[in-house]
Design a protein around this ligand. Structure first.
Ligand code: HEM
Length: 217
């Protein structure tokens, strides 16, 4: 009997370097707001997670911008949290948010360098009352974003996130609370942790998106 070590090694290597590809997100139906989200738990310190959820409308024509709903649930020790829609810090919309008393402040930012990002008028947010609340352990916000899924990327490229497939996004976490929590223009200090993951926008699609936005407004 022959044992082909070369082939066995190649097969093993292939299994290691090309695992069956799957998005990091999982589908989650939020009983409170009714949205179906693609959800990811981002570990920001050992054993503690910030939950990021993205919901989109279904039947989006390829290449056209579309609204998205973002929901983030964070433990109260999280000073600010950011979602980078293009998967890195620069040249994509940054949804930055923090606890503000019994609610949250969402701030639209954009960076062209690894420096404090500027206010970004290319994206706007509407906080949805129903999915936005604070208790003794968590704060959570839910917001509709117009301008998060299509943007000018690096090298002046027009980027539109794939409405039916995978997109790479990233998060940033800082333990420091912004100096002026009620203002979306507040200064923020640099993050302590960042990481990226893939979101399956296919599993984030909602046929009744517009109706749910209205219902939760
Ligand atoms: C005062 C504000 C900020 C400063 C000074 C800053 C600075 C930096 C620097 C120096 C790096 C590269 C080195 C490292 O990984 O530490 C970096 C990476 C990163 N930052 Fe920021 N940042 C700020 C705010 C933000 C915000 C609001 C986000 C929102 C999501 C963000 C997302 C990221 C991500 C995802 C990375 C890793 C990937 C990449 O290099 O693009 N940052 N930041």
């Amino acid at each position: 009997m022959y044992f082909n070590l070369g082939a066995a090694c190649t097969a093993t290597l292939l299994a290691i370097v090309s695992p069956v590809h799957a998005a990091d997100s999982v589908a989650y139906k939020d009983p409170e707001t009714g949205f179906t989200f693609a959800q990811f738990n981002a570990q920001y310190v050992i054993g503690k997670y910030i939950t990021y959820r993205i919901a989109t409308p279904s039947n989006v024509a390829a290449g056209t911008p579309y609204d998205a709903v973002v929901q983030v649930a964070a433990p109260v020790d999280v000073g600010w949290t950011g979602l980078a829609w293009g998967g890195y810090m620069t040249y994509n919309p940054l949804t930055v948010a923090w606890q503000n008393g019994n609610s949250a402040t969402v701030s639209s930012r954009y960076a062209t360098a690894h420096q404090a990002p500027s206010i970004y008028n290319g994206a706007s947010y509407t906080l949805l009352k129903k999915g936005t609340h604070v208790n003794s352990t968590y704060w959570q916000y839910t917001a509709k974003c117009t301008g998060c899924t299509a943007f000018t990327g690096s090298g002046n490229r027009n980027v539109t996130l794939n409405p039916t497939g995978e997109n790479r996004v990233a998060f940033a976490y800082s333990r420091s609370k912004p100096s002026n929590p009620s203002s979306s223009g507040s200064a923020i200090s640099v993050h302590d942790v960042t990481a990226s993951w893939t979101v399956d926008f296919g599993s984030a699609a909602n046929a009744n998106f517009a109706e749910l936005v209205q219902k939760n407004a």
